[in-house]
Design a protein around this ligand. Structure first.
Ligand SMILES: [Zn+2]
Length: 369
């Protein structure tokens, strides 16, 4: 097994969806800076994410839609007819300076990760995780769907069984729509019930290997541990995928403003640790996450989990300087608690496993993968 690889790109440092948008914050750059300050990434383990070519994006996306996103970047505006049809410049998917290059780099990262896994190992595609994008339209801040592209490429390359695990607070609707019907794919999403995009309520959509696990507000560390141990691990052990993609969005954290879920970052690290050896090739991606401190601390900890670094109780001065340098125009960002600057690990959030979570186990396991 080769050492874990980390994919990032400098493009994200200067890129913003626009002031007032939840993705106005630093995420990829903040995480890379924090990892560097912790001295957790040997230069040999870092890879610059390439821009996906249009013909690569066409592995899932409609060529006409790809051209609309390209033209949106060139012209910095979208004709009304395209806005209505493709939701670019609408519905939270703004036209911004890198509106084509940024999502094309996110997809490029996860597609390249598959190439880099020419032998068994783990790659962290930090810019990936854009799980809401549909074949011909943007959705939920996502323009191109890196997971669908990589899973399709893996199957086209001859893999017989692949798997996708989505830990984001929101249902991985674009992935389910894009590849969930393929019998070679086991597709599991754990997400908040009743939250946008309001899909993912059906536990076992007919004719698929999709498992949707909609969980209630307040979902905490013990709830997630229960689903990972009782559902996700047994299904993956039975399925024996050749490739596993884990969408590691962190908007299910208690410190994130975009969901009612209440995890500590340690619960997500434990989930990644529990599945990372269940496929010879694993790609972990980013995803949602809208509190810059919560994102950088969580994703740096995911890298530590993958790459085998010990999480310190207190971070060294250089890492604190990175965290103190972040800013967030949000009520919760006005007076950040001190531990967002000085620690990586959140206080644990234990509790009794809820009945709603327990009730998901039997139907999810029934009949095997
Ligand atoms: Zn999300």
């Amino acid at each position: 097994m080769r050492p874990a690889l980390l994919a990032g790109a400098e493009l994200y440092r200067q890129s913003s969806y626009g002031s007032g948008h939840p993705l106005a914050i630093a995420r990829v750059s903040a995480t890379l800076d924090l990892i560097a300050a912790l001295r957790w990434c040997d230069p040999a383990q870092y890879r610059v994410a390439p821009l996906a070519r249009p013909d690569q994006l066409a592995g899932f996306h409609d060529p006409g839609y790809i051209r609309v996103v390209q033209r949106a970047e060139q012209r910095q505006r979208v004709p009304a007819v395209d806005r209505a049809r493709h939701h670019v410049g609408a519905n939270g998917n703004p036209v911004f300076r890198e509106v084509y290059r940024r999502p094309a780099t996110s997809s490029g990262a996860t597609l390249a990760a598959l190439d880099w896994l020419d032998e068994p190992g783990v790659v962290y595609s930090l810019p990936g995780g854009t799980h809401h994008a549909m074949a011909d339209r943007a959705a939920g801040f996502c323009y191109f769907n890196d997971a669908v592209l990589a899973l399709r490429k893996a199957l086209a390359g001859g893999m017989a069984r692949v798997a996708y695990l989505d830990l984001d607070a929101h249902h991985g609707d674009g992935v389910e729509a894009g590849i969930g019907a393929d019998p070679r794919v086991l597709c599991v999403s754990i997400h908040e019930a009743g939250r946008w995009p309001h899909s993912g309520a059906a536990l076992r959509p007919a004719g698929t290997r999709v498992r949707n696990l909609p969980v209630p507000a307040g979902f905490h560390d013990a709830d997630l541990r229960c689903l990972i141990d009782a559902v996700v691990v047994p299904l993956l052990r039975d399925w024996q995928p050749e490739l596993l993609i884990v969408q590691g969005g962190c908007d299910a954290l208690a410190d994130d403003p975009m969901s009612g879920l209440a995890l500590s970052n340690g619960a997500l690290w434990a989930a990644v640790a529990a599945v990372r050896d269940l496929a010879p090739r694993v790609i972990v991606t980013g995803g949602g996450g809208y509190n810059p401190w919560a994102v950088a601390r969580c994703w740096a900890g995911i890298w530590a989990t993958i790459a085998g670094h010990q999480i310190p109780d207190q971070v060294p001065a250089a890492a604190q300087a990175v965290l103190r340098g972040l800013s967030w125009r949000h009520r919760l960002g006005r007076e950040p608690p001190e531990h967002w600057f000085t620690t990586l690990a959140d206080p644990l959030r234990p509790g009794p496993v809820s009945a709603a979570v327990r009730d998901l186990i039997a139907p999810a396991l029934d009949g095997g993968p």
